[in-house]
Structure formats: C-alpha cells, structure tokens
Design a protein around this ligand. Structure first.
Ligand SMILES: Cc1cc2nc3c(=O)[nH]c(=O)nc-3n(C[C@H](O)[C@H](O)[C@H](O)COP(=O)(O)OP(=O)(O)OC[C@H]3O[C@@H](n4cnc5c(N)ncnc54)[C@H](O)[C@@H]3O)c2cc1C
Length: 461
C-alpha cells in the first residue's frame, strides 16, 4: 500500500509530525512526499482581482524548490503537481496505488472542501501541525468556541501547554520513501510558470531563512525584549518579528516558535514584550479556529454576522476608479499611499499600516471590504486565508467585533510624527515636517479628520 504525504503548508524538516509519523502504523507502506500548487489560487481571479502577484508566485515556487532540495539530501523525492488539487492528487493516487493520504488539518474553506472530497476516495489522516492548540487534548470544540478574541484568550491561555516541537526529521530505517529519481516522472516542471530570479524581498519564507530570522530576532539581537513598544513601527528590520510569511507557508512551526519564546523567558527575561509576542500568536490561532467554525461564511459580505451575501461587489465606474487608486497607492492621502506603495513593492506591510489602509477603504472610501481583502491576498507574501479575511472582516465590523475605524491623519501623526516613513516611500513629496501628511488637493476630506488636519497646519509655523 502507498501513502501520500501531502506537504502543502508543511514544507519543513524541523518539527514536522507529518514526515515523522508517516508509515508508523504500517512499515510496509511506500511513502510519497507531494506538494500541489493550486492553479486557481495562483492564476485565478476574484471580484476582478488577480489572486496572486508574480512575487507571491515566485515566493511559493522558491519555497517548493528549497524544500525539494532539503528532502533530496535525505534521499526523499518531492512530487510537484500543478492544477486542480483534487484532480491532480486523484490521478497521482491512482498511478501509485495510493490508499492513504496524510495531510495538515485544513483551515480555509477551500482546503476543508479538498480534504472532505479526498476523504470520499481515500483514507485521509489529518494532523493539525500548524496550530498551537493542534493536539487533540487542546483542540477547542467548535460549537463552544467564543467569537470574541478576549473570551477566547481568557478561556485558552491558562490551559495553554503547547506541545513540544519534534526533533529535526531524519527518515527512520523502516520508512520507505520514494526517492528523487523515482518521483521525477510524476513531477510538473515549474520553470515555465514564472521567471525564476529571487527578488530580495523574498528572503524570509523558506525554512532556513525563517529559522535564521527567529534566531536573530529572539536570541542574537534580542529584539523580542522591546517588541511591545516597537511593534507599531512601519519600516525597518527589528520593530516586529517578521515571522508571518514563514508561519503562513508552514515553513516555520508555530509551536517551535512558541517554545523558543518560552525558552527565552526562562533563560533571559520574561516581560510585557515577550508576553505580547505570544499574545499576537494567539490572534493568529483565534482566526484559524474561527475559520474552521464558520467556513465559507467568511467570504460573504456580512461575513459571520447577518444573512450571507456572496454576491460580487458591484462597483460604479467612479468606485472602480477609487479602488484602482487605493490599490496603486494614489489616493492622495500620503500615509495611506506610502503603506500601499510599500505593499506593492515588497509584498509586506506593518500591522499598523494594514489597519489604516483597510479602515480607509472600508469606512472612508465606503468600498466593500472584500475588495480590499482580495487585493491583499494578491499582494501579501505572508498571505494567510484566516489572518487576512478575518482581520478585514474585523475592521469592517462583520467579523469578531464591531466596526473599527482608524483616523488616518491622527494615526500618521502618532506613528510617523516626522513624516520619515512617508518621505521614504513617496520621495516625490517635499512638504516640510508634519505637513508631509497633508492630503492632496483632490481628496475628499472626512469630517473626522478636520481636527487632526488643523494640527498639521499648526505644526507648520
Ligand atoms: C487588514 C489586515 C490583513 C492582514 N492579513 C494578514 C495575512 O494575510 N497574514 C498574516 O500572517 N497576517 C495578517 N495580518 C496580521 C498582521 O498584520 C501580520 O501578521 C503582521 O503584520 C506580520 O508581521 P510580523 O510577523 O512582523 O508580526 P508580529 O507583530 O511580529 O507578530 C507575530 C506573529 O503573530 C501573528 N499576528 C500578529 N498580528 C496578528 C493579527 N492581527 N492577526 C493574526 N495574526 C497576527 C502573525 O503570525 C505574526 O507573524 C493582517 C492584519 C490586518 C489588519
């Protein structure tokens, strides 16, 4: 019998229960490592917005290539598939006489559907390898899962004995993996899909870079010591952890990350900042379970509140134009545009920036939040279905809170007081001091900005 070990969201050698547990129940099993690049998720469109930028595609291809190399060093081949995952995996399974599939427990609706459909044809074993509460003893019952983060945290934090990370994987003598030469005939050649040079900003999501970043942030620079005060930064290397891309890809284990923070706390210092990094990882966790609870509803305009509305956002020509300007970082509001330009050039944006551009699109431009979420999905190198759509719905007031509105001018004054960030991202602007935050002439200024705009004027003199 053959077992497929599906490594989507599990392309790592460290703390990888899928690799370690494969074949344990039956040592006569032939094991096949496989990853499938979902064509629709990288080449499809939603609401007229492309699902993935070239940069995001390149990043995923690079991650797969790196993992293939790492597995090859262990004499394990990685079958690389491209297309519709159900069709591709079924065809491979038939060719290799597969009865069992081992995979990470899904989070997003599409992945949940895939696992359900596979389970109708094969024996599917899931393991929740990318969750803090992944072990059966910790996993919340979805029907009792609170919809408020603070309740979730209060309920879960005291019980949170995160499972220890597994030692780095080396194949066990009784595991029979298909080798690189044996898997080669089944592999799709990805070199056709995208120009394969690695832009600088891609650094970070591969396993080795992610582990090096974790070591650097926590142990070498010890930037974790001041995380709580620096985390609202907008630009720079150490204001926040930058773990997100690797956590989203599954190339960094969240449990390993958690254990490393605990170790730092035991060996060096436990303070508000070390706690706060765990607190943020709990936000990630919260959205993962929320997505399992509400499934497809997250893509409705009303998300988890009110009757579902899956209609495509309808835009007038003027609104389409407004949306295009928001995407391009050409709204005329410097703080918004600077953040959007950062996203467009690097595929990343700080949490502070994300909250502001999302709020501006939803509450000031009055556009459907799903358009913004779709654009973020296209661009973000740390795109994660639950963290992205969950946070967007949150700010819109359709998710796990009431509406969250941010005042872009007030926020600019708080977090970019001297305008350094805006000046870096928008070198064409030359106004002195805080006046750099003055919106351009065509901008329709919401009433709630007036007071803060007067502060810009005051600071001129
Ligand atoms: C509109 C919007 C969209 C977002 N889309 C995504 C997304 O697609 N992918 C993604 O990983 N994060 C998303 N976030 C959350 C957050 O902005 C990023 O996780 C964070 O900026 C990544 O940088 P970091 O790794 O340096 O984070 P740090 O501040 O160092 O936080 C550590 C880790 O905690 C988790 N985390 C932190 N904040 C949040 C949060 N608000 N929600 C969920 N998890 C969090 C992330 O895994 C992050 O890597 C979004 C936030 C907003 C407001």
């Amino acid at each position: 019998m053959t077992c497929l070990v599906l490594l989507d969201k599990a392309l790592r050698i460290h703390d990888n229960p899928l690799l370690c547990q494969a074949g344990k129940a039956d040592s006569s099993q032939l094991l096949v490592a496989v990853v499938c690049l979902d064509k629709a998720a990288y080449f499809g469109h939603q609401y007229g917005v492309a699902r993935a930028s070239l940069l995001r595609l390149q990043q995923q291809l690079q991650l797969i290539a790196d993992s293939k190399q790492a597995l090859a060093k262990l004499n394990i081949g990685l079958v690389t598939l491209f297309g519709d995952p159900l069709a591709e995996l079924t065809a491979l399974a038939q060719a290799l006489n597969v009865r069992q599939i081992l995979t990470a427990t899904p989070v997003g609706y599409t992945e949940q559907q895939l696992v359900k459909q596979l389970a109708q044809r094969f024996e599917v074993i899931t393991n929740d390898i990318n969750s803090l509460l992944g072990s059966p003893s910790l996993a919340p019952e979805l029907c009792k899962l609170p919809d408020s983060f603070s309740q979730f945290r209060k309920q879960r934090e005291p019980l949170l004995l995160v499972e220890s990370a597994l030692p780095e994987f080396t194949p066990l003598p009784d595991q029979q993996w298909l080798t690189p030469a044996q898997t080669a005939p089944f592999c799709e050649n990805f070199s056709q899909l995208a120009p394969f040079s690695q832009p600088e900003s891609l650094a970070g999501s591969g396993e080795q870079q992610a582990l090096a970043r974790l070591d650097d942030f926590i142990w070498q620079k010890q930037a974790i010591r001041h995380y709580k005060t620096s985390r609202n930064g907008l630009l720079g290397d150490y204001y926040a952890s930058k773990f997100s891309a690797a956590l989203a890809a599954g190339s960094l284990s969240v449990r390993f990350c958690w254990q490393q923070i605990l170790q730092f706390e035991q060996q060096h210092l436990a303070n508000d900042s070390t706690y706060w990094l765990k607190f943020e990882l709990l936000w990630r966790e919260f959205f993962r379970w929320q997505f399992r609870k509400y499934g497809k509803a997250w893509f409705s305009k009303s998300a988890i509140k009110g009757p579902p509305d899956f209609s495509t956002p309808a835009l007038t020509a003027l609104q389409q134009n407004t949306f295009n300007h928001w995407c391009a970082g050409q709204t005329g509001v410097p703080f918004i545009d600077a953040n959007m330009r950062l996203l467009n050039t690097t595929g990343l944006m700080s949490n502070r920036g994300r909250q502001n551009v999302a709020s501006y699109l939803i509450h000031d431009l009055k556009l459907d939040w799903r358009l913004g979420a779709a654009y973020f999905e296209q661009r973000l190198l740390d795109y994660d279905v639950a963290s992205n759509w969950g946070n967007w719905a949150y700010i819109a007031g359709s998710g796990n809170s009431g509406e969250r509105q941010f005042n872009a001018i007030k926020q600019a004054l708080n977090y970019d007081a001297n305008g350094d960030f805006v000046r870096t991202m928008l070198p064409e602007l030359s106004a002195p001091g805080r006046m750099i935050h003055q919106p351009g002439p065509g901008v329709s200024v919401p009433a709630h900005w007036q007071y803060w705009l007067s502060k810009l004027t005051a600071s001129k003199t």
